[in-house]
Design a protein around this ligand. Sequence first.
Ligand code: ASP
Ligand code: MG
Length: 406
Amino acid sequence: MARIVQKFGGTSVADIDRIQAVAQRVKQSVDAGDEVAVVVSAMSGTTNQLVGWTREISPMHDAREYDVVVSAGEQITVGLMAMALQNIGVDARSWLGWQIPMVTDDVHGRARIDEVRADEIIRRFGLGQVAVMAGFQGIGSDNRITTLGRGGSDTSAVALAAAIGADRCDIFTDVDGIYTSDPRIVTRAQKLDKITYEEMLEMASLGAKVLQTRSVELAMNHRVRLQVLSSFIDAPGTLVVDEEEIVEQEIVSGIAHSGNEAKITLVRVPDNPGIAAAIFGPLAESSINVDMIVQNVSEDGKATDLTFTVPKDDLARTLEVLEGQKEDLGFERVEGDPDVVKISVVGVGMRSHAGVAMRMFQALADKGINIQVISTSEIKISVLVSDTYTELALRSLHTVYGLDAV
Ligand code: ASP
Ligand code: MG
């Protein structure tokens, strides 16, 4: 007997047939003697439609009312899921975020969970009842409905799992696990049996959209064992776990890519103390996240070029902010390039193995791919290259690190 959270995403509850199918899946676990809490997303497409309506009525809408509207999709699916379970003889009831309560801060639209008071859920496990909780929503200290940001029901599920001390949190989706690379591009990508929290965190923030990044952080902090698996087939997925649980650790576990970056180059920036602060300060004030940065030494001791990346959606705004500061900063000109991709090699094994970066650079050089920017962390090396090389770079690196399926 285990205590588990089963979370079903939008495609897994897309229509009545799907809801009935996943109810059967829940019943299997209940019949096996497990204590089950179910977390659901809205039917796929619903949240987008709700968001669209809020924009249509007013682009500058009240964020508190936005949350009232966009949280509605989950209210429908919890009720339907509880009914579907009752229909097949499983005692179940629905729970909205405020009924638990799932207590969050007051940052409407992207609230963070402060506390989950799940005593009543646990008490009802003792009575054999399945809790069906609405993902994505909570209640703020202002006593109003909040939402956790797009994709937030993953985070709801992990938070609930941590609160009830679940043995596992299963995230059911439309892919059967986490892959060594994007299988739509790298046909020889393989499903991983296990991946560490840290690697998953890097992969998620690098654009592997399977899990909300925040949910992985939360799972890592509370040591919640996660499993990503498909609700469409009956097979184990990928476990996201602590490093100690992985016996044979590959040096590199995956190659991720993100097309969501744009490159900015400031040409001939004065090479003075304080210039980086003067450049990045105004960007931070405009809530523009700078990711990779390179600055070279100046040949003449006077001026140097500075290159960095920002989210593609913020490219125009970044250029605007910098142009506005041109006089003060004293650079010659600013250039923006959206046609770039960030390719990252991820693996906890890098900590203890030398030469991982060298192999990456060599592999790219062998294919004639020019590296524009490099950044590293303890378990990741990222390079920025022209996006015309996305496929070539991913496939070559996948082969070089021995990740190809045989
Ligand atoms: N329904 C919400 C969304 O689409 C939350 C989720 O699905 O995780 O963002
Ligand atoms: Mg999702």
